[in-house]
Design a protein around this ligand. Sequence first.
Ligand code: TRP
Length: 334
Amino acid sequence: MKKRVLSCIQPTGDIHLGNYFGAVKGWTVMQEEFDCVFGVVDYHAMTMPFNPAKLREATWKMTFQLLACGVNPDLLFIQSMVPEHAELSWILGCVAPFGDLTRMTQFKDKSNQVQEADKDAFISSGLFYYPILQAADILIYHADYVPVGKDQEQHLELTRTIAERFNKQFGKEYFPVPQPYFTEVPKVLSPADPTRKMSKSLGEKHYINIFGDEARMRKQIRTAVTDAGDTPEGEMSPGVANLFTMMRAAGAQAPHDRLMADYQKGELKYADLKEEVANALAVMMAPIREKYEEINADKRTWKKRIQDSSAAIRERAKQTLRDVHEMTGLGTVR
Ligand code: TRP
């Protein structure tokens, strides 16, 4: 039996190189080896202030972009098409320790960040409760592994606690206690400030959009910061290292090795490096973009396809809720 893997992504606009190398590309590799389920989590996106039309648009956009990146449509669902996630999160919330929830650093960071910008800013209870919904996403499919980055480790730990408590309280080894699945992922930094992780929240010039304009990508690489001037003697500066990382991640090993040899001889020209990085990214992005255009030209078919895959995945979620109702003494016979 194949091990089950679950991962989800929030519909937050375009996929950038950091998301792609850090998560999405990993999904396309894992789906070949494991029993995978992947979700676009629109309920999660409601935890911060949002606009209904934009939320719906962003959800489909993320879905189509994942498909363009090579995620298998049969494994992909949209969270709100499986409303059992919300139901299970309520039930799990009743076995989750309140104290644990108050110690979630992501909640503290996010709410502080928002209130620093505006002290009267609205903080929803959903933002606080979000890790329970995440636990439901994972446990509803009996996942064995969850590929996680550092920022999600604490949420997964809470999920493990919840699974253990549920099992203990209801007398069975019902939920597998999920394990983090760490993969070697290249750390892609902002081209404009290579001391920070590539991220949308830093602003436009800090991320390279896979689905954006090629000319813009080339310009971002051409103007990428190389020497910040404070790199210790004999060490590669973070900006230059980031360019090499991107080239390797894009699969351009041969030019990478040649330019690395130049660097070691002290003969590297940054303009050459940048040219090769931009070429490597352009080659990598071209088929992904082509696929995205194809999908967009036939949105109706693809929407139907994802509605169908979500409905099929929902059947698995329903079975979990049937079991949970039975185990916890809920009156409804599902
Ligand atoms: N919280 C994750 C993020 O913000 C997204 C997410 C929601 C998730 N549910 C999940 C990730 C379940 C892994 C498993 O990136």
